[in-house]
Design a protein. Structure first.
Ligand code: COA
Length: 329
């Protein structure tokens, strides 16, 4: 009998723009303080892309690293997926720009929009394509430049976000089943709590929408906070159930890095100590779909994870969307 196709994770990579924006820098831009930002969010600094450095550039740098770690040539990639809410342009997709930068010109390439849950959605999509036998090697990227959709005069949001990209190469395998489970969900009735009002077909850009900064992120922080904790804990439990693993089998939990207090509340709700939770929000801020993959890549590079360890990625984002994935490194 034919063996079921599983998914092997071949390698990961990440990339951050060079410019660091600290809380002290923000103190000069809006009425805020390092004390407020640190105690309410856990963020100390974030990276900011240059004006002429696009999401596809960050994606490219992260992809080159992931391909190297995977020990695979870009020519062997037969599907490119980019999770992003800050694409270079509405269209063509950032995946198409990335494809060209990688020197490829025939593999299918498309973007995926699930806000901060984008990378988990991406794992679920890549997995479906691989397990069905349709594609063998998938390059999955989370790439964001939230600095470019941020209102830098609004202290409610501008202290929270940053830029960066992470990438993963996933491949078909009959021996290795590294993606043990994926669970994704959404509830569009919360769309008005975290969104960009203008620039799309609902409110095409006009002088008025631009003057009113309606092309930047709007957020009801407290409401987002509450639902984020509930849904991330729920997604974590569902993915664990689907994986047939127990809490004790997970070496490291990697939650979306939106707010340190959200991370701590999720850990408490799941019933794990913070020593088993990976945190790097203090130096990245929230980088949406790039968060879980860049955190995973850092955990691997710094030796917090060894080959064979089982990890749970957990995310939540605008939509609202949420999801979790149990994977073996
Ligand atoms: N610096 C100083 N003061 C600030 C501030 C800032 N950057 N931003 C807001 N404040 C003020 C508010 O104006 C308010 O003042 P008031 O009491 O005089 O009205 C006070 O701080 C408390 O604001 P509040 O919104 O209640 O704070 P909070 O404890 O809820 O923290 C967030 C705000 C945004 C940090 C928090 O709600 C949060 O992280 N929510 C989730 C956001 C998120 O993760 N979004 C992405 C999801 S993927």
């Amino acid at each position: 009998m034919d063996k079921k196709l599983g998914v092997k994770i071949l390698g990961t990579g990440s990339y951050f723009p060079k410019k660091v924006l600290t809380n002290a820098d923000l103190e000069k831009m809006v009425e805020t303080s390092d004390e407020w930002i640190s105690s309410r969010t856990g963020i100390k600094e974030r990276r900011i892309a240059k004006k002429n450095e696009y999401a596809s550039d960050l994606a490219f740098n992260a992809s080159v690293e992931a391909l190297k770690a995977a020990n695979i040539s870009e020519k062997e990639i037969d599907l490119i997926l980019v999770a992003t809410i800050t694409p270079d342009m509405f269209f063509p997709s950032t995946a198409c720009f990335l494809q060209t930068k990688l020197g490829l010109n025939s593999s299918p390439a498309f973007d995926l929009s699930a806000a901060c849950s984008g990378f988990i959605y991406g794992i679920a999509v890549a997995r479906a394509f691989i397990e069905s036998g349709l594609y063998k090697n998938v390059l999955l990227v989370g790439a964001e430049e939230l600095s470019k959709i941020t209102d830098w005069t609004n202290r409610d949001t501008c202290v929270l976000f940053g830029d960066g990209a992470g990438a993963m190469v996933l491949s078909a395998s009959e021996e290795n089943y590294d993606v043990l489970s994926t669970y994704i969900g959404a509830d569009g009735s919360y769309s008005n709590l975290l969104f960009i009002p203008a620039g799309g077909s609902a409110n095409p850009a006009t002088v008025e929408t631009v003057n009113a900064k309606m092309h930047t992120m709007k957020m009801q922080g407290r409401d987002v906070f509450k639902v984020a904790v509930l849904k991330m804990a729920y997604a974590a439990e569902k993915a664990l159930e689907l994986s047939d693993k127990k809490l004790k089998d997970i070496k490291l939990f990697i939650p979306h890095q939106a707010n340190m207090r959200i991370i701590e509340a999720v850990a408490k709700k799941i019933g794990i100590s913070m020593s088993r939770v990976f945190v790097n929000i203090y130096k990245t801020g929230n980088i949406s779909s790039a968060t879980t993959i860049t955190a995973l890549d850092e955990a691997i590079k710094t030796g917090k994870l060894q080959k064979g360890d089982i990890v749970e990625l957990i995310a939540f984002g605008g939509g609202f969307t949420w999801g979790a994935a149990v994977i073996r490194i």
